[in-house]
Design a protein around this ligand. Structure first.
Ligand code: ADP
Ligand code: MG
Length: 635
């Protein structure tokens, strides 16, 4: 079963010059020594020279070469940022937080994050007046750009992980380019732009920035032996667990394992299984430490992944594709690759954001494989067959995710977006770009405009108390553990004493971390409401008030029951179903309001509630009329 890498494959992940076969134990050597060992270190002066000389620069380098953690520090110590700040954007909050913590630690001298090095992600701003290197999510920098188009706070903007493109990144590229140009025209402090990426495919970035210079940093990776399964496996999650225990039995202690799965639910389930099986006296091998890594985890939890493991134990990290390129965990010797990934994509034609589990591309498979060869030779177990691998797409075949058109979005999409803002009452009319008074109030919230609208509308329905809770929960990862055999109201959580929370959460199948996060989000939204003089009142048991309030923001997300238990969305006439995990599954209400469509083999609605059809004409008459919404039943 063991597959020798063919030449091309091994070239993709090996740099034999550096292959001395010795294990490097990074937790045994000092942090400054680790820094000097990174491939970027030798290029430090050359890089600084290039950054000084060019107003825009592209830096390419394999994952783990030190781009994210080192380059901002080099710029800072050479004072290239002069009187401004350095912004480093990340597509994911986990990466922004973990990298900021790491860089603060590398600064040494008891530097804590929030000092010179800080981070800012939605609902969490850990920066101060002293902050000079600020890690932030693409979305946060976009928000800052809403209030200052020229980003005057910064003299250097680093757009990191540019290969991981989201709607936010795309818009950000445009904004940063424009800010640079206007600042130049107006003789303001210049803005330097640095684009960093782990993949070679950068011609389009270069073209977008007027054929700017690109530099390539050589990476340092060791050979990785790749294994495939003989037969295809449907249940890749179970196969990952089984493969882990096979490795665990044979591998020496502290040869850590990284498992790639698709999302929180899968990862938590897999972690649970491993913890459970590890207790089995039959299982041989050192004690197991299970760590999980996914986007919605609070930072404290995430950081445990990066702690060096105790001697004579085995760490297993179960992660989404975050660990593919965004973060590097030391000590990984084995990779188990499920071959699957969950992608969020936006469909301009339906206007829906879809979460879809799909096969990874061959490039992604190689990225994952490479994670096993960071510090010494490694092993990668692919939970798919060689022929399945051959069938995987090349990343470039994915459209529209990676085929980049740096043109304006299609006119219809822009019109649709304005139309949505108009229907929400955020802009006065289609001809004016100006926000209405409501629109201005809406922009104060770091939320999707539809959610901001809900909070504002809650005044009228007397249910801001409840609306805040719902919006906070919808803005956080699910607080329900899966598979839940009971579904309780999260409300009671607040009345549970500090020391009883853990057992309470356990008993009610609630994810404690996520509920604490949701509560934090709620507090912040409440603050914004209070600043905007909104009255916080409760509708008590009159849940219709709350449902109507939700509809006033989400009127475009209504689905109607048709024959065969199928639902059809009123807006785009899409066939959808209620997700089996919903408490409404099997109840077949005539009308449902949803917030999310998840596409697996079918399109499923998640996070939903029942509404009355007639409310729609009452609450969004403009919408019903302008879209010519037709109801199936007389309601
Ligand atoms: P790149 O951006 O080129 O992928 P990074 O700068 O993120 O590389 O990482 C460089 C090295 O720094 C990694 O290989 C790893 O050894 C170390 N490192 C990065 N983040 C952490 C962390 N949170 N904890 C410990 N080590 C880290
Ligand atoms: Mg990086």
């Amino acid at each position: 079963k063991k597959m020798k890498l063919n030449e091309k494959e091994s070239k993709a992940i090996t740099n034999s010059n550096n292959n001395n076969g010795n294990m490097i134990k990074p937790n045994r050597i000092s942090i400054q020594e680790q820094r000097r060992k990174l491939p970027v270190f030798d290029k430090r002066n050359k890089l600084l020279e290039l950054i000084r000389r060019h107003k825009t620069l592209i830096i390419l380098g394999e994952t783990g070469s030190g781009k994210t953690t080192q380059i901002p520090q080099y710029i800072y110590s050479a004072r290239l940022q002069e009187n401004g700040k350095i912004a480093v954007t990340q597509p994911r909050r986990v990466a922004a937080i973990s990298v900021a913590l790491r860089v603060a630690q590398e600064f040494g001298q008891g530097m804590t994050v929030g000092d010179v090095v800080g981070y800012s992600v939605r609902f969490e701003d850990v920066t101060s007046k002293k902050t000079k290197i600020k890690f932030l999510t693409d979305g946060m920098l976009l928000r800052e750009a809403m209030f200052d188009r020229l980003l005057m706070e910064y003299t250097v903007v680093i757009l990191d992980e540019a290969h991981e493109r989201t709607i936010h990144t795309d818009v950000l590229f445009g904004i940063v380019k424009k800010a640079q140009k206007i600042r130049e025209e107006r003789n303001l402090t210049p803005l330097k732009i640095i684009v960093m990426s782990a993949t070679m495919d950068v011609d389009h970035f270069s073209r977008y920035f007027n054929n700017c210079q690109a530099v390539y940093l050589e990476g340092r990776t060791y050979p990785v032996s790749v294994f495939y399964t003989v037969k295809p496996h449907d249940d890749y999650q179970a196969s990952c667990v089984a493969t882990f225990f096979k490795i665990h039995k044979e591998a020496p202690p502290n040869h850590d394992v990284l498992i790639f799965l698709t999302g929180q639910e899968e990862i938590e389930a897999c972690a649970h299984q491993i913890r459970l099986l590890a207790k089995d006296p039959e299982v041989q091998g050192p004690p197991i430490k299970v760590c999980t890594l996914y986007a919605a985890q609070p930072s404290t939890q995430q950081m445990t992944v990066f702690q060096p493991s105790q001697p004579n134990t085995r760490k297993v990290v179960i992660s989404t594709n975050i660990a593919e390129t965004s973060v590097t965990i030391s000590g990984i010797k084995y990779v188990i690759d499920s071959g699957m990934v969950k992608v969020r994509s936006f469909h301009p034609s339906t206007g829906l954001e879809l979460l879809k589990v799909q096969r990874i591309s061959q490039e992604q498979a190689w990225q994952r494989t490479g994670r096993a060869g960071r510090e010494s030779e490694g092993y990668c177990y692919r939970i798919y067959t060689r022929s399945q691998f051959e069938l995987m797409k090349k990343a470039t075949e994915y459209t529209p995710c990676t085929s980049i058109s740096w043109t304006n979005p299609p006119r219809e999409a822009v019109v649709a977006a304005f139309e949505q803002l108009r229907l929400l009452g955020a802009v006065e009319n289609l001809d004016s770009n100006n926000l209405s008074p409501i629109g201005k109030k809406m922009s104060k919230f770091p939320l999707d405009p539809r959610f901001s609208k809900i909070l504002l509308a809650a005044q009228q329905y007397g249910c801001l108390e409840e609306a805040l809770t719902v919006v906070a929960l919808l803005s956080s990862e699910s607080i329900l553990l899966s598979p839940p055999s009971k579904r309780e109201q999260a409300h009671n959580f607040n009345s549970v004493g500090q020391s009883n929370r853990r057992p309470w959460c356990h008993e009610h199948f609630i994810n404690m971390r996520n509920i604490l996060h949701a509560r934090e989000v709620r507090n912040q939204l409440e603050e914004i409401c209070k600043k905007g003089d909104l009255v916080i009142s409760s509708c008590g048991s009159q849940m219709n008030q709350l449902r109507k309030c939700l509809l006033s923001g989400l009127f475009m997300n209504v689905a109607e029951l048709h024959r065969d238990r199928q639902y059809i969305t009123l807006d785009k006439r899409q066939v959808v179903q209620i997700h089996p995990s919903s408490s409404l599954h099997g109840q077949q209400p005539h009308y449902v309001l949803f917030t999310e469509v998840v596409q697996t083999n079918k399109c499923y609605l998640r996070s939903l509630t029942t509404i009355e059809g007639e409310w729609l004409s009452e609450i969004a008459p403009d919408y019903v009329k302008s879209r010519n919404i037709r109801f199936n039943k007389d309601t």
